[in-house]
Design a protein around this ligand. Structure first.
Ligand SMILES: [Zn+2]
Length: 135
């Protein structure tokens, strides 16, 4: 039973790499569908946002619930083994996320964080696009 858990966990972690993860593909598709122009992983901006919507002066970060420690989310569950190690890793990511967001906001960008679990809900996505295009 332990073996299954380990395999499942490494599978899960292999799917949450920094670039072109499934959640980013979902969002790309939706942006295209809504005819919103975007650029991905723009290195000229602080923190290399996952999506930059220059015309809307908006950046979007797509966060994996595990790596970025989505509070009260069922996908953020620390492994039983090495939990201190993982907790520190996640906390470091959270701190980095807050710093990036602060710097970008100061530079006049609207910062939107989209959690992986939210991308599964179509009503969330509808709301997101209303928000993006309403200003
Ligand atoms: Zn989540």
């Amino acid at each position: 039973m332990d073996t299954v858990t380990k395999e499942k966990r490494s599978w899960m972690m292999s799917r949450v790499g920094p670039k072109n993860t499934a959640p980013e593909r979902i969002l790309s598709r939706l942006l295209r569908k809504n005819k919103i122009r975007y650029r991905k992983h723009l290195k000229s901006l602080p923190g290399t946002p996952d999506f930059t919507l220059s015309e809307l002066r908006t950046v979007i970060f797509v966060h994996g619930c595990f790596w970025h420690g989505h509070k009260n989310c069922k996908y953020y569950k620390l492994p039983d083994t090495n939990s201190v190690f993982w907790k520190q890793k996640v906390e470091a990511n959270r701190l980095r996320d807050r710093t990036k967001s602060r710097v970008l906001k100061k530079a006049g960008w609207r910062v939107v964080t989209v959690w992986q679990c939210q991308l599964r809900k179509s009503e969330f996505l509808d709301k997101l696009f209303t928000k993006l295009t309403s200003e």
